[in-house]
Design a protein around this ligand. Sequence first.
Ligand SMILES: *[C@@H]1O[C@H](CO)[C@@H](O)[C@H](O)[C@H]1NC(C)=O
Length: 214
Amino acid sequence: MNMCSLIYLSVLLVLILPLPSSLSTNSEGNALHAFRTRLSDPNNVLQSWDPTLVNSCTWFHVTCDSNNHVIRLDLGNSNISGTLGPELAQLTHLQYLELYNNNIYGNIPNELGNLKNLISMDLYNNKFQGVIPNSFANLNSLKFLRLNNNKLTGPIPRQLTHLQNLKFFDVSNNDLCGTIPVDGNFGSFPAQSFENNGLNGPELKGLVPYDFGC
Ligand SMILES: *[C@@H]1O[C@H](CO)[C@@H](O)[C@H](O)[C@H]1NC(C)=O
């Protein structure tokens, strides 16, 4: 590469690097489109999700803020089935992930723990399997975490007791094991939030938790 083309290339890079903010919506649109391709949608609730539209903020069940960032995904009671993938983590401004009362199965992606702005995650009444990701301990804005009525296994990650904003937590009707944490806000969650699992406890405060058969 000679000097001239090197300069040309540098100028070109400087010109294209400061991406206009409208393009960030596009990456969120791509994430939503990837999310859609994993789902079957017998009731056509995702019909308006046209990937050729530049702005996915016009799609039904998607809400954006004034900067065209996706802040809500409202797909509860939609009869959708399929799995979730890591692409949802690209919706970095997401505050509400509402996917309750559907037929979604498979693991909950660890990448959802990257959604730092999430206030509410409602995945209840689906067919999720596998464990509650430890990465959820990073969801510092989270107030509502409802994972009840699925097929989740493993323990309740103890790190979730560090979530200071968590006000409502429900994991009832799963196949969880181990002890029920009591630290942090977990001390104020009702017993009903944990019922119909293989859980022991609540554990005794100050004792090292002992996860029987977990
Ligand atoms: C949900 O989708 C299934 C097909 O997967 C269909 O048989 C059923 O009628 C739908 N339920 C509702 C409430 O629309």
